[in-house]
Every structure is written in structure tokens, then in C-alpha cells.
Design a protein around this ligand. Structure first.
Ligand code: ATP
Ligand code: MG
Length: 162
């Protein structure tokens, strides 16, 4: 087990339907902690830049339209094995193939409007975190959250940091 950080996005379809809190709870219940977070509205060009790897795929235009159709919540999740665990909690890209209890099975509307994004490797996690967050935002959070404060009782810790 290694302590990792990964980039998670709650996509516009889920933010629009006020599912943000429910989705964050699913991460927290499985041991992933939100160490940085922001709600932003991407332009089509910014969405394209984030999903640049898919630029030549037939669904690229539709994906960029969708990702810029409303606000998203971009967040850094931290925990043991966070990259893989985040993707397990999200479920398969196609919600019809996602396992019961996953975010995409519970909430996704379609293959495109599938409620969540998660980095797929340590390299993409690093790049994607830097796409949305400055070093100060992420490093501050990482130092803060991994310090002795984590040994405090849960209610006290919650009061202190949120
Ligand atoms: P994400 O990168 O968003 O976490 P993923 O890694 O499960 O999803 P990718 O193959 O990276 O899947 O595709 C990126 C996104 O593009 C998908 O989450 C989905 O929103 C959209 N997408 C992928 N394949 C298709 C498709 N065949 N038709 C329509 N949209 C698609
Ligand atoms: Mg992907």
C-alpha cells in the first residue's frame, strides 16, 4: 500500500443534479480524503486541453461540449492506493457495465455523461493535479492532512479543518 494523490472530477451532469455531496461521501466512506477542491466552469477549449489524449477520438467534440456545459468540482483525493481505488469507486466508463454501488452505476446518465473522472496512472495523476491546482494549494493540503492532526478524534479534526 502506498499513500497516493489522484485527480477526481465530479462532472457537470452530477453537479447539476446536486449529487456532489453524495459522491464525496462515497469517496470518504472508502478511505479517500479530499485534500484540495474547487468548483469551476471550464471553457470548451479548456475541456479539450484536459482531455487532449482523446482529441482524435470520435466522441471528442461531444465530450468537450459536455465537460463545458456547467460547473464541475475538481478535487485531489489522497489515500492508500488512491489512483486505483478512485477508479474502483467510480466504476466502468460505460454505466451499463459498471458494478452495483459504484458512482457511475448509481448516477451516470450515459457513456459521456458519466458523473466522474479519475486519473488512470501516477503520471496522469501528477499532470492532472497540476492542471487544476497550484503547488501551493496541493502541497499545503498534503502537509496539513498528513501531519499529527490526523491522530485527533474525528469530530475534533473535522472542526479544525473544515
Ligand atoms: P475519465 O477519463 O473521464 O475518468 P475513463 O478513463 O473511464 O473516463 P476514457 O476512455 O478516458 O474513460 O474516456 C474519457 C471520457 O470520454 C469518458 O469518461 C466519457 O465521458 C467519454 N467517452 C469515452 N468513450 C466514449 C464513447 N465511446 N462515447 C461517448 N463518450 C465516451
Ligand atoms: Mg480516462
Amino acid at each position: 500500500m502506498s499513500l497516493e494523490k489522484t485527480l477526481s472530477i465530479i462532472k457537470p451532469d452530477a453537479v447539476k443534479r446536486d449529487l456532489t455531496g453524495k459522491i464525496i461521501a462515497m469517496f470518504e466512506e472508502k478511505g479517500l480524503r479530499v485534500v484540495a477542491q474547487k468548483k469551476i466552469w471550464l471553457s470548451k477549449e479548456q475541456a479539450g486541453s484536459f482531455y487532449d489524449i482523446h482529441r482524435d477520438r470520435p466522441f471528442f467534440g461531444e465530450l468537450c461540449e459536455f465537460m463545458s456545459s456547467g460547473p464541475i468540482v475538481a478535487q485531489v483525493l489522497q489515500g492508500d492506493n488512491a489512483i486505483e481505488l478512485n477508479r474502483e469507486i467510480m466504476g466502468a466508463t460505460n454505466p451499463e457495465q459498471a458494478e452495483a454501488g459504484t458512482i457511475r452505476k448509481e448516477f451516470a446518465l450515459s457513456m459521456t455523461e458519466n458523473s466522474a473522472h479519475g486519473s488512470d496512472s501516477p503520471e496522469t495523476a501528477k499532470q492532472e493535479i497540476r492542471f487544476f491546482f497550484s503547488g501551493l494549494e496541493v502541497d499545503f493540503a498534503a502537509v496539513f492532512f498528513s501531519s499529527a492532526i490526523l491522530n485527533f478524534p474525528k469530530f475534533e479534526r473535522t472542526n479544525k479543518i473544515r
